[in-house]
Design a binder for this molecule. Structure first.
Ligand code: HEM
Length: 358
């Protein structure tokens, strides 16, 4: 009996004496179900302290979300069917071949972020494709209301430059956007669900007079507000002129992109869009699934390792979707055939004027 007590104490003391050692051997006593995932804890610490400047939901998160889209969407089944190189999808080619891909018009403003990510990748010896997906999941986890994204590791670091012309533009027609997304393997519903990213977004390159004007009233919260606010009638021009692919918005300081406005109103996407306006939880669940789908474009899911347990849990959101103060149900463009825009409460207070996103 005495021996049993001693042995138990020895185990406890031993465990306390070696906080660095966990069963999986990860740093700082952390655990991952698969020991091969341990490296990602070190990348996590590096990203949160440096790139995300103390785990903030600010401009670097928004930049990585543009990057993950622009990297992954470089994938075309029709080019492959025509016997050409169709792109490697979520392969990190936007970093590996930045000399080619950063010259694409759609990638304006991403150079500094790409170089910061390259340095992180080289420090930890991880592939650029994995790093982009990981930094995306960590970045979203810094934003209130975001899903805890899946993270799969194991993408090869060998890639070729993406063919040009595969990234949808803000002035593109809905048909062009839907067709381009479909050519990469994503449906119109996936497109709507992915665009929850625009609920933590601003613009820098479309209208310099209203630099970092947010795309919804809560650019640091992943929520329904983007879907609600893009569905309201556009009445206000925030800057001295409308920028490239800019249309009027319902709120002073809010930037509305033509593509978002059109997707909110097209019968192929408007009903899903309207559903997303009703529930922050639905946004979170659907966005997570669509991001998981996009993250494996060009890869076989089964060949990757699930390292999702390294991703921090985002802070949950308590607020309910609402119509911005000063506007009413009558201000919606009812765009879903046969289903009126759902009734939503109006936020209290004065009509907002939005500040630039941090
Ligand atoms: C499907 C069609 C899409 C189009 C046409 C589009 C277009 C754009 C454009 C033109 C900007 C402004 C960039 C700037 O001026 O700085 C932007 C911003 C942004 N986009 Fe998209 N986008 C699309 C889909 C997506 C997707 C699928 C994601 C991510 C999953 C995404 C994430 C973002 C984010 C986070 C920003 C804010 C960037 C910042 O604040 O610096 N977009 N998008």
């Amino acid at each position: 009996m005495k021996f049993a007590v001693f042995a138990t104490l020895a185990v406890i003391v031993g465990a306390l004496a070696r906080p660095q050692d966990s069963p999986s051997g990860c740093s700082n006593g952390r655990n991952a179900a698969n020991p091969q995932c341990c490296v990602w804890f070190d990348v996590l610490d590096d990203l949160q302290a440096g790139f995300y400047q103390g785990a903030k939901c600010e401009s670097p998160v928004r930049k990585i979300l543009r990057i993950v889209f622009h990297d992954s969407i470089g994938f075309s089944n029709s080019l492959t069917a025509a016997g050409q190189f169709g792109g490697g999808g979520a392969d990190g080619s936007i970093i590996a071949h930045s000399n080619v891909e950063l010259a694409f018009g759609a990638n304006g403003g991403l150079t500094t972020t790409i170089e910061a990510l390259r340095a992180v990748g080289l420090r930890h010896g991880v592939s650029y494709g994995d790093l982009i997906q990981f930094a995306t999941a960590v970045g979203e986890s810094n934003c209130v209301g975001a899903p805890r994204l899946e993270f799969l590791a194991g993408r090869s670091n060998s890639s070729q430059p993406s063919p040009p012309g595969l990234i949808p533009g803000p002035g593109n027609a809905v048909t062009a956007i839907i067709n381009r997304m479909a050519d990469a393997g994503l449906t119109a519903d996936d497109t709507v669900d992915l665009l929850a990213a625009h609920s933590i977004a601003a613009q820098e390159g479309l209208n310099g007079n209203i630099f970092r004007s947010p795309l919804d009233s809560t650019p640091q919260v992943l929520d329904s507000q983007f879907y609600i606010e893009t569905s309201l009638k556009g009445t206000i021009q925030s800057g001295p002129n409308l920028g490239f692919a800019e249309v009027r918005s319902p709120i002073q300081g809010e930037f509305r992109m033509k593509a978002d406005a059109d997707l909110a109103r097209d019968p192929r996407t408007s009903c899903r869009w309207q559903e997303m306006a009703t529930s922050n939880e639905l946004v979170r669940i659907r966005h997570r699934a669509a991001m998981a789908k996009m993250s494996v474009l060009g890869f076989d899911r089964a060949s990757l390792i699930d390292c999702s347990d390294v991703i921090p849990t985002p802070q949950s959101l308590n607020a309910l979707p609402s119509i911005p103060a000063g506007l009413t149900q009558a201000d919606f463009d009812n765009s879903c055939p046969d289903t009126p825009f759902p009734n939503l409460p109006v936020a209290p207070g004065p009509i907002p004027t939005l500040a630039a996103a941090p």
